[in-house]
Design a protein around this ligand. Structure first.
Ligand code: ADP
Ligand code: ZN
Ligand code: MG
Length: 486
């Protein structure tokens, strides 16, 4: 049983309770501070309206109820990166929750919809950063991060495997990016996950004692850390020993979790209502508008790509991952279905464009260490043009692929005529003749296929592709061969 507690750093212009800059990445230590976020006595924090609205947006998108009243509380603890001696957080009246969030997970070749209970979503301020220079007998404090807004999201213990927890985190990251409220980059600490985990004998209804894994700072660590902890707890229970309720960390080198400290309880923090900030009435904060302004969310978009465009789960997943890339994809479809030689069927256009974006474009992004299709320097119209040419049978897939992996892509307009000549698809009549010849040349695979070995026909496909120097459409060739052999 796994439950997650996630902190998301909101990318608002200013900090949570003061006007200090919350976005400057290149600031010098302690440059982005003021009396409020330095925690000087006598200062007055004022809640950042945008941060509250963004947290509400996130809560709505996660399927949370929005309460009538919400308030801030002081959570007291001492730490050198927390100058006030308390953190302004929310205790018993969070901004959102409870709720249920649904997302799709591929499982054994099928797509399964998972439901996750969201316990709550609340707002709080972050602490500063400590660095411990090697060999020094002092530590350094940087309060630039002090007072920056965090949305904390707590889930019910609804995950049943490390992979499921990881999938949820990836979906959450995507969601935050779609809502445009956080970069949600785990490596940069914009999204931080703590994972609570317990095991219990199969069939048992009672939850086991849990431990909390802190500071899992990549999706991979979440998965590996949880797997290691599940092994450890299972071992303890099988030996008749007890799991101790504590906070643990994941040690990558040892591939194991290590005890960090005993678990503190809520009463240790002496929470009390923050007297400097009036309570909030979130339902009066333009909820209708916030709801209406929500973009299409990744879950819906992925389903639409599958149902409307007929894309495979993995292509849909790739294309929706980055909202700007998904927009790029849809804009290219719009272009391909209008004007001269327009592709009549949007589904067909989507298929051709998806093939180029998930194939050659994806490869270019990977090799160039880039994130966005728009950053590749290829004129946007080239993909929609190629899609029209492909669908209208004027260029081979092999040719389109070739063009998109060379500098022909950058000079497509000038070279168009020459490229069309070079990458002409093989005519259907020629293909038939080539296939007949290939079947004749490969009597054994042909016979094997007829006696039930489906894979045997790949040899014949290979020989056709070789004869056409890859200019034939492999899928069409496979279909034709199958038809002929049957
Ligand atoms: P704590 O008071 O220790 O912080 P909470 O009840 O607030 O515990 O839960 C914190 C997180 O731990 C939540 O994400 C919740 O889903 C998860 N959790 C609670 N009990 C268990 C359990 N027995 N096994 C796994 N996760 C749990
Ligand atoms: Zn400040
Ligand atoms: Mg708790």
């Amino acid at each position: 049983m796994i439950g997650l507690e996630i902190h998301v750093q909101l990318r608002t212009k200013s900090k949570m309770f003061c006007r200090c800059d919350n976005r400057a990445d290149d600031a010098r230590p302690n440059e982005l501070t003021c009396p409020v976020c330095l925690g000087l006595p006598g200062t007055l924090p004022v809640a950042n309206r945008t941060a509250v609205e963004w947290a509400l947006k996130a809560a709505i998108a996660l399927g949370c109820e929005i309460p009538k009243r919400s308030k801030f509380d002081r959570k007291q603890y001492f730490y050198p990166d927390l100058p006030k001696g308390y953190q302004i957080s929310q205790y018993d009246k969070p901004l959102g929750g409870p709720g249920t969030f649904e997302f799709d997970v591929p499982e054994d070749g099928k797509v399964v919809t998972k439901k996750v209970g969201i316990t709550r979503l609340h707002l709080e301020e972050d602490a500063g950063k400590l660095t411990h220079p090697k060999g020094a007998d002092y530590s350094l404090v940087d309060l630039n991060r002090a007072g920056t807004p965090l949305a904390e999201i707590v889930t019910e213990p609804d995950f049943r495997s490390p992979a499921e927890a990881k999938r949820f985190l990836q979906e959450l990251r995507r969601l935050m990016r779609y809502l445009d409220i956080s970069d949600a980059d785990m490596e940069k600490g914009h999204l931080r996950a703590d994972a609570n985990v317990s095991v219990r004998p199969a069939g048992s209804k009672k939850l086991g004692t849990k431990t909390e894994l802190k500071n899992l700072n990549s999706f991979r660590f979440v998965e590996k850390g949880l797997a290691a902890e599940i092994d450890r707890q299972t071992g303890l229970l099988e030996r008749g020993e007890a799991v101790v309720h504590e906070t643990r960390g994941y040690d990558e080198d040892r591939g194991a979790t290590v005890s960090q400290r005993g678990k503190e309880e809520a009463h240790d923090y002496r929470y009390f209502p923050e007297p400097d900030i009036p309570p909030l009435e979130p339902r009066t904060m333009g909820l209708v508008r916030l709801r209406e302004d929500l973009p299409e969310l990744p879950v819906t978009r992925r389903r639409r790509y599958r149902d409307e465009y007929g894309l495979s789960e993995s292509d849909a997943e790739y294309l929706i991952d980055e909202p700007l890339n998904a927009n790029y994809f849809e804009e290219r479809i719009e272009e391909a279905i209008i004007g001269e030689d327009a592709i009549k069927d949007a589904k067909e256009a989507a298929g051709a464009i998806a093939k180029m974006l998930t194939g050659p474009y994806a490869a270019l992004l990977k090799s160039g260490k880039k994130q966005l299709f728009a950053e590749l320097g290829i004129e946007a119209g080239v993909v929609s043009d190629l899609a029209r040419l492909l669908v209208n049978g004027r260029i081979s897939w092999q040719g389109a692929k070739e063009i998109l992996s060379t500098d022909d892509a950058l000079h497509f307009r000038e070279r168009r005529e020459a490229l069309l000549k070079r990458y002409q698809p093989v005519a259907t009549d020629d293909i038939e003749a080539i296939i007949d010849q290939a079947i004749k040349d490969n009597p054994k695979p042909a016979a094997d296929f007829k006696s039930g070995n489906e894979n045997a026909r790949q040899v014949i496909v290979g020989s056709v592709m070789k004869a056409t120097k890859g200019a034939a459409d492999a899928k069409a060739v496979l279909e034709l061969i199958t038809k002929k052999l049957r």
